[in-house]
Design a protein around this ligand. Structure first.
Ligand SMILES: [Zn+2]
Length: 227
C-alpha cells in the first residue's frame, strides 16, 4: 500500500460510518453553495435567519416537546432567579422534603417537622397548618378555594406576572421558615415571616421592567403594612 499510494494513504484519519455519512451530507449541501468573494460572510441560524443564540439552539433542539402553560408561569415573575429555581423543583415535586428524603432512604422519617402528617411538597407549601396561616394572613383562602396542589395554585392564583411574583414570595418564605426550623431549630413566628415576605416583594418590585407591574406589587405590599 505504501508503494502504491504513498505514506499519506496510511496516515489519513479514518472516519467512522456515522461521520462518513455526515461528511457526505455536508459535501452535498455545500455543492450547491456559490461563494461571492466580494460579499462579507454572514452567519445566521437557518430557522430564524438571525444570529444563532443559545435560546434558538435550545428552542430548536426541544421543539418536539409539549409546552406546559402552567409550568411556564414559574419563570414569568419578578422574583430573583434563585427563587424561580426553587419554584421549579417544587412544581415538579422534587424538593428535598422529608417524604422524598425518606423514600430515597436519606431520612428516618417522612413526617412534617411541624405536624404529624407526611411532608410532601403540597403539604409543606400549601396544606400544612404552618403554611396555611401564612396564606391566610395574605388573604389566600386556599382551603375555601379548593387549592391543595400546585396546578390549582398556578391556575387560580397566578393569572399574571404580579400575582405570580406574590405567590413566589410566599412559597419562598414558607420554605425558608421550614428550613430555619429543621436546620437551625428556630421556630420563626408568623409576623416575622410575613414581614420578610413583604420586604422581599418591596425589593422585587424594582426588578419589574413595566412600571405598572411594579406599582401593582408595591400597592399590594402597602395594603398589608401597618399605617
Ligand atoms: Zn405539617
Amino acid at each position: 500500500m505504501v508503494l502504491t499510494q504513498g505514506i499519506h494513504g496510511l496516515l489519513q484519519p479514518r472516519l467512522s460510518r456515522v461521520a462518513q455519512v455526515e461528511l457526505t451530507e455536508l459535501t452535498t449541501e455545500l455543492s450547491s453553495v456559490v461563494l461571492c468573494h466580494d460579499t462579507p460572510d454572514k452567519r445566521v441560524c437557518r430557522l430564524t435567519n438571525k444570529m444563532l443564540s443559545n435560546k434558538d439552539f435550545y428552542s430548536n433542539a426541544f421543539r418536539h416537546l409539549h409546552t406546559q402553560d402552567l409550568a411556564a408561569k414559574v419563570w414569568r415573575s419578578a422574583a430573583p432567579l434563585k427563587c424561580k429555581i426553587f419554584s421549579w423543583p417544587a412544581w415538579k415535586r422534587r424538593l428535598p422534603t422529608n417524604e422524598r428524603r425518606f423514600r430515597h432512604r436519606l431520612a428516618d422519617s417522612g413526617l412534617c417537622p411541624s405536624c404529624p402528617l407526611e411532608e410532601d411538597v403540597d403539604h409543606l407549601l400549601l396544606t400544612c397548618p404552618r403554611a396555611r396561616e401564612i396564606w391566610q394572613f395574605f388573604n389566600f383562602d386556599l382551603g375555601a378555594r379548593g387549592i391543595a396542589g400546585f396546578p390549582a395554585l398556578f391556575t387560580n392564583c397566578c393569572r399574571n406576572l404580579e400575582e405570580t411574583t406574590v405567590v413566589t414570595a410566599i412559597l419562598w418564605n414558607i420554605w425558608k421558615r421550614r428550613n430555619s426550623l429543621v436546620f437551625n431549630n428556630q421556630d420563626e413566628p408568623l409576623m416575622m415571616v410575613t414581614r420578610r415576605c413583604l420586604a422581599d416583594l418591596r425589593l422585587w418590585a424594582h426588578r419589574c421592567t413595566v412600571p405598572t407591574s411594579a406599582s401593582m406589587i408595591t400597592n399590594w405590599v402597602f395594603s398589608f403594612e401597618p399605617p
